[in-house]
Design a protein around this ligand. Structure first.
Ligand code: NAD
Length: 495
């Protein structure tokens, strides 16, 4: 069986710990690899390596750094089908979806190619007599990225292209459930000419994360994962004086007004609810149907679900398995919860007949109607292929429900009424909003991030905020003496 090792200083590093974790092929339901789990010595080795490499990387010219990022982009574009296969083998999502996540990540790499422009400072000549004031942006140092299982390539790529372009070194701690994509990316950086030690992969669990959170040489933490862990990461990193951005969980609602195009809504609800088996932080998990639209919409969604092929992501299927047996069972348990609380199971994913190995972690698309808002199936993040319909009487009732939730990641409104859309985008307490767009993930030059318990910290991912997060600003006030200087003045200069 293959063992997935750390990649530190440009080489595979087995580490000193004998702890490992299983990696499954979710479509086959079998363990295919083991991944090493870092201990304190491994963490120190990764951080010391990153510290040494960072100083040299920062000293390289912007032009040189830009060339390496550009080369990385070219190699990624050329070889991304290899990476997609790795993702499908460990995560389970279908190949086309794996390629889709790489393409979204690649957009951030392309954005980072413009780093020299985004790293420019300001300059004010003669701010006071003969005094010039200017600002520069410098890297923060060693950056740790702790990522979730659901986007093993895209989520790390929200951060590392920008961190590296800005002159930092990176330690990526990927999810132990699908660790191999990170190693592939590390090898690609090496091929692109990035100096060894600027991009490192440290595999592990809570021990590795806590080690990074508490290491004095780690300057900044970018975390993406579930809300309780995000909150813990944010609080611990902040207490330790680190810069931190921690993106958490979600429960995204689609509000459907009676004037919406019901066919478009049904297509969008199915795509956004069941793509990647619902294991997306921007997946739609609740449809708020403003009456009288619910009956017709449910029927159209039900029709579409009957054509969804669930199976091995390497075959021509629409939807793959869930990531682990444990996660599959947890997601399926919400169907019982909803039913016990009075919901109607319109389509039951437990009855799926997959195009794949019977041991796979299968759960088909599930559609629930009349889910009570007191049910845990409504209030909690499920993170699987379960779409709940909640019937509401008015736009206002739907808006109030969205705003009363604990999460604020994404939401969508479907309508042909421009006035309603304007009001919605202004009054909804959510970070990313789609108007007749079900998964409104911002493009790379905007920033990604939610509100409330979907984001702890004040910096979102990529865009200009990404460059701000990974740099610190210096302001220089300078005066070059000329014969006219001099004289005592104990106050602030006035002119
Ligand atoms: P997770 O919180 O279980 O794990 C995320 C990372 O934290 C992993 O690297 C994991 O090893 C580490 N971790 C796990 N337990 C830990 C602990 N006790 N202490 C320290 N570190 C720990 O999340 P997941 O199951 O991998 O991913 C799914 C979650 O991520 C969902 O909640 C989803 O909404 C969220 N997510 C959010 C976004 C976003 O942009 N807001 C994007 C993708 C995923």
């Amino acid at each position: 069986m293959t063992t997935v090792f750390h990649v530190i200083g440009g080489v595979e590093y087995p580490g000193t710990s004998d702890r490992t974790a299983p990696v499954y092929n979710p479509a086959l339901g079998v363990e295919t690899k083991r991944v090493v789990l870092a201990d304190a010595a491994d963490i120190n080795h990764a951080v010391n390596t990153a510290v040494r490499a960072q100083a040299e990387w920062q000293a390289q010219s912007l032009a040189r750094r830009q060339q390496v990022i550009f080369r990385f982009r070219e190699l990624l574009n050329e070889k991304k089908s290899e990476l997609a296969e790795i993702i499908t083998a460990e995560h389970g999502k279908v190949l086309s979806d794996a390629l889709g996540e790489i393409t979204r990540g690649q957009e951030v790499v392309e954005f980072a190619c413009g780093a020299p422009h985004l790293l420019k400072g300001d300059f004010s000549e003669n701010a006071s007599t003969s005094v010039d004031v200017y600002s520069t942006k410098q890297p923060v140092g060693v950056v740790a990225i702790i990522s979730p299982f659901n986007f093993p390539a895209m989520v790390p790529m929200w951060f590392f292209p920008i961190a590296i372009a800005a002159g930092n070194s990176v330690i990526l701690k990927p999810s132990e459930k699908d660790p191999s994509a990170a190693n592939w990316l590390a090898n690609l950086w090496k091929e692109a000419g990035l100096p060894d030690g600027v991009f490192n992969v440290l595999h592990g669990d809570k021990v590795a994360v806590d080690g990074l959170l508490n290491h004095p040489e780690v300057a900044a933490i970018s975390f993406v994962g579930s809300t309780p862990i995000a909150q813990y990461i944010y609080e611990t990193a902040a207490q330790n004086g680190k810069r931190v951005q921690a993106l958490g969980g979600a429960k995204n609602h689609m509000l459907v007004l009676p004037d919406a195009d019901v066919n478009l809504v049904a297509d969008s609800a199915v795509n956004a609810g069941f793509g990647s088996a619902g294991e997306r932080c921007m997946a739609i998990s609740v449809v708020l149907a403003v009456e009288p639209v619910a009956d017709e919409l449910i029927e159209k969604i039900r029709e579409r679900l009957s054509g969804i092929v669930v199976g091995d992501g390497r075959r021509s299927c629409d939807m793959g398995p869930l990531v682990t047996r444990e996660h599959r069972d947890k997601v399926a348990s919400y169907i019982d919860v909803a039913q016990a609380d009075g919901a109607t199971v319109v389509v039951d994913g437990r009855e799926v007949n997959p195009d794949g190995d019977e041991r796979g972690f299968w759960l088909g698309p599930t559609l629930l109607d009349r889910v009570p808002i007191s049910s845990r199936a409504y209030t909690e993040e499920i993170f699987g292929p379960i779409l709940s319909v909640v019937r509401v009487k008015t736009f206002q009732e739907g808006l109030d429900l969205i705003n009363s939730g604990q999460f604020g990641n994404g939401t969508a409104l479907f309508t042909n009424d421009g006035g309603a859309a304007r009001r919605f985008q202004s009054e909804v307490k959510v970070g990313m909003i789609g108007i007749n767009v079900p998964i409104p993930v911002p493009v790379a030059y905007f920033s990604f991030g939610g509100w409330k318990k979907s984001l702890f910290g004040d910096s979102r991912a990529h865009g200009e905020e990404g460059f701000r997060f990974f740099t610190q600003t210096k302001v220089v006030t300078s005066r070059w003496l000329d014969p006219s200087h001099g004289g005592l003045n104990l106050g602030f200069p006035q002119n």
